[in-house]
Design a protein around this ligand. Structure first.
Ligand SMILES: [Mn+2]
Length: 356
């Protein structure tokens, strides 16, 4: 596996490439072009400039998170085919730039949902947290102002003010879209892009919905083993794969994470590994990465990745905010560096104990 960190780009991220390079064992970043609009093709010179900047810092672009999918593609809107053609152009250019992994999601309206971005823990650190009770009590249109007031002056992906200004229209757009329609639209999209993925060996890695159940009555499909295996069979090509995100699938305690990983052998192209601490099945927070600090057995998750021969990029996911760092919630340097180091330690132990 290749240990990476997500990086938001110069001017967008409080963390620098130099800092990332100094985390032991981190060899690459996962990034994107942040001034792009879903539905438009990315420009080659911007892709190459981003890549050159990362490589000048001694790191590698191990993949893109994300090339976002437009609402026309998700809802089969009037511009669907035009947007898919543009998506194919973007993939072609990424392939020509020697970038071979693309993460994306197929979630309607909200990219991900948390109800607190700075829940204080006993040690004084702060973390992102979720309670179903808080979601049930909030009007979806107020969700944005609640999140925005908590972002430490940053703009979190999926919660861009331009997008949230249209949240009412977005709900209208998805009102007739149910799970089956979403599956059908996803299939249409994947079938259209598989030829270019095969030509340039681009591994598509769908990110699960977060939380892994329906919120605000919106359809959610990438939530459990049954649905993800359905998706793999629906377009049965190794380039149609997944981002295995332990913190997203893990929001639903019915998901057996190591078992899901094993069932996805050959199709896990990217891994987000983090821990959650549950106080009840509908009240959880993002803990430190260590097994002892949360609910998941992180050794078993890493062992399952090892057992299926996972060799793609992996990254610690959201971290706690510690040591008075001010950064985008979940994306500070310090706790993610600790997470990367811990995951690297688990991996070394697994590799060595399997050689004996
Ligand atoms: Mn994730």
């Amino acid at each position: 596996m290749k240990m990476t960190l997500r990086w938001y780009g110069t001017g967008h991220d409080t963390v620098t490439l130099k800092q990332i390079r100094q985390i032991p064992g981190v060899t690459g970043v996962i990034t994107t072009l942040y001034d792009t609009v879903p539905g438009e093709a990315w420009e080659m010179d911007k892709i190459l400039a981003m890549k050159a900047e990362v490589e000048a810092a001694g790191l590698k672009v191990e993949g893109i998170e994300s090339v976002n999918i437009s609402d026309d593609i998700k809802t089969a809107g009037p511009k669907r085919d035009e947007h898919i053609a543009n998506y194919i152009t973007t993939l072609e250019r990424l392939g020509q730039a020697d970038i071979h992994m693309v993460c994306y999601n197929f979630m309607p309206v909200f990219d991900w949902t948390r109800t607190e971005l700075a829940r204080k823990r006993a040690d004084g650190s702060t973390v992102l947290a979720y309670t179903q009770e808080a979601v049930d009590a909030i009007n979806p249109e107020d969700m944005f102002s609640s999140i925005a007031s908590d972002m430490n002056g940053t703009v979190m992906p999926g919660w861009e003010p331009e997008r949230m200004a249209k949240v009412k229209e977005l709900f209208e757009l998805y009102k007739d879209v149910d799970d089956e329609t979403l599956f059908a639209n996803l299939k249409y999209f994947l079938e259209a892009i598989m030829p270019v993925c095969n030509k340039y060996d681009i591994k598509m890695a769908i990110h699960p919905d977060d939380p892994a159940w329906s919120v605000f009555g919106l359809p959610r499909i990438i939530i459990n083993k049954e649905n993800i295996l359905r998706m793999m069979k629906m377009v049965d090509d190794p380039h149609n794969g997944v981002t295995f995100c332990s913190g997203s699938y893990g929001t639903n305690l019915n998901n057996d994470l190591p078992d899901m990983i094993r069932s996805l052998k050959g199709r896990v192209h990217f891994a987000h590994v983090r821990n959650l601490k549950f106080h009840s099945p509908t009240n959880f927070e993002e803990s430190a990465h260590l097994s002892s600090d949360g609910t998941f057995d992180m050794y078993e998750i890493m062992k399952a990745l090892y057992d299926i021969g996972f060799d793609g990029p992996i990254r610690p996911d959201h971290g706690r905010m510690i040591w008075d760092e001010v950064a985008m919630p979940g994306y500070g340097l310090y706790d993610r560096a600790l997470g990367a180091t811990y995951l690297n330690g688990l991996w070394e132990a697994i590799v060595k104990s399997n050689k004996k």
